[in-house]
Structure formats: C-alpha cells, structure tokens
Design a protein. Structure first.
Length: 56
C-alpha cells in the first residue's frame, strides 16, 4: 500500500476520533486525561497533514 495513502487514512481516522471526542465531550469531561487525549489527537492529525500533498 502506498505510504501516502496510509498516512491519509490514519489522518482520516484521527479526525473521526476527534469528532467522536467533541460529540461526547459532556460525557467524557470527568475523565482526567480527556483534554490531553483531545489535544494530542488534534496535534497528530495536524502533523500527519504536513506529509500529505496540498490538493486545491
């Protein structure tokens, strides 16, 4: 499998995880690591985006 395709799929997956966290924020606020998990998920998604070509 093409490495760019794998990176793209991982970025997409992390986007799905981030959306899940946002959608369930009220249920997960009591979890000590919630904000850190949410922030790290966003950071990793942004880092992966740096490896993907811009499509305009």
């Amino acid at each position: 499998m093409d490495i760019l395709k794998q990176v793209s799929e991982l970025k997409e997956f992390l986007g799905t995880v981030y959306c899940f966290l946002e959608d369930n924020e009220d249920k997960l606020e009591g979890v000590d690591e919630f904000e850190e998990i949410k922030t790290k998920t966003w950071d990793w998604q942004q880092e992966l985006a740096k490896f993907l070509p811009d499509i305009n």
